[in-house]
Design a protein around this ligand. Structure first.
Ligand code: ISE
Length: 343
């Protein structure tokens, strides 16, 4: 079978990282087209990859006959149009979060895919492919700990770009904990509250940092998340599960522990999500490519979070943004999944 020809749309931090991964570490695929709203960026990248060219219009890139599947790493507000174009051309797509930036358009994307009767959209929640999260999920599902009750999460970034504001903490950072909660507990989140303690005076204006999110699930389980995106330290993502018969923790950064002169002891913490989840991204993309290769037989071109997962995350984050603004606990409004056959 020939390599799957991928168009990577958006070659900023994440997109360029995916281009490098597909070109050097992923089997059964190659990047045939790149696109970016900064045309020169795509052109400069294309010349470094054999058999790749830059296409200026993202919709042309999706329609291109030299493209079998699409990887969307473009800004969120452009996703709706690009996802609908992928559906129209029946092209499998891996979409970096968010699915779309509002609940209505996310649901419309879910509906349009369901109408086709095949699964083409996968959403890039990479943590599900991380060894530690996968081990925690297997541990929960194995039943040894009994009924899971509580999740305590820590999500710390060393720094964020100057345009990052308090709402982005919810939509860009909390969104991962939303997906992790749904993944680990296998149920929907029904309400969100956001507490804003004394802000870090070293964070830029407009950013209330840290934020504490408190979520409740359909089964009454509790999740709290410390979101602190200007720590100045490193990238720290930690999750502790508390269950009826014990607890389990991941994200302790216990790699190599050194002891060296002059009597120091310790290890290192990954600087950003690119390193912390590097292997998870590799696994995610390899499994996606493998699913794309067999999709024509199975009708499912995905192996991971679906369009519904993307929609559910958008719906929870929408409630999160309202909670941030009001200081109140806000109920999540979500469509009934069973009313959309195939979703
Ligand atoms: C960023 O956009 C990501 O997606 C990272 O995974 C997350 O940890 C970070 O907080 C976000 O800003």
């Amino acid at each position: 079978m020939n390599d799957v020809r991928i168009a990577v749309l958006g070659v900023g931090l994440m997109g360029a990282d995916h281009v490098a991964r597909i070109t050097s570490r992923i089997s059964g695929a190659r990047v045939s087209v790149v696109n970016d709203y900064v045309t020169e960026k795509a052109e400069q990248l294309a010349v470094t990859i054999p058999g790749c060219r830059a296409v200026t219009d993202p919709l042309d890139a999706i329609a291109d006959p030299d493209v079998d599947a699409v990887l969307l790493a473009t800004p969120g507000p452009t996703h709706e149009k690009q996802l609908l174009a992928c559906l129209e051309h029946r092209k499998p797509v891996l979409c970096e979060k968010p699915l779309t930036t509002d609940v209505e358009t996310s649901l419309e994307v879910v509906r349009r895919e369901a109408e086709l009767g095949i699964r083409l959209i996968q959403v890039g929640f990479m943590r599900r492919f991380d060894d530690e999260y996968a081990a925690l999920k297997a541990f929960i599902d194995g039943g040894e700990l009994g009924n899971p009750l509580v999740l305590h999460c820590v999500h710390r970034n060393p720094a964020v770009p100057a345009h990052f504001d308090s709402v982005m903490t919810v939509r860009d950072s909390l969104v991962h904990e939303v997906d992790v909660t749904r993944f680990l507990f296998g149920e929907e989140i029904t309400s969100v509250q956001i507490v804003t303690p004394t802000p870090n005076s070293l964070a830029g204006g407009g950013l209330s940092d840290p934020q504490i999110a408190i979520m409740r699930t359909a089964g009454g389980r509790h999740v709290d998340v410390e979101l602190f995106v200007t720590t100045g330290v490193a990238y720290e993502v930690r999750t502790e599960l508390v269950a009826e018969k014990g607890s389990a923790m991941i994200g302790l950064d216990v790699g190599l522990v050194r002891k060296s002169a002059p009597g120091t002891w310790g290890g290192t913490i990954t600087p950003s999500f690119k390193e912390r989840f590097g292997r998870a991204y590799d696994t995610e993309i390899q499994r996606w490519i493998d699913a794309v290769r067999t999709g024509a037989e199975t009708g499912d071109y995905t192996d991971g979070p679906t369009a519904w997962d993307g929609y559910a995350a958008t719906a929870v984050c929408e409630a999160g943004v309202q909670a941030l603004r009001s200081g109140q606990r806000v109920a999540v409004t979500m469509a009934d999944r069973t009313s959309i056959p195939g979703a």
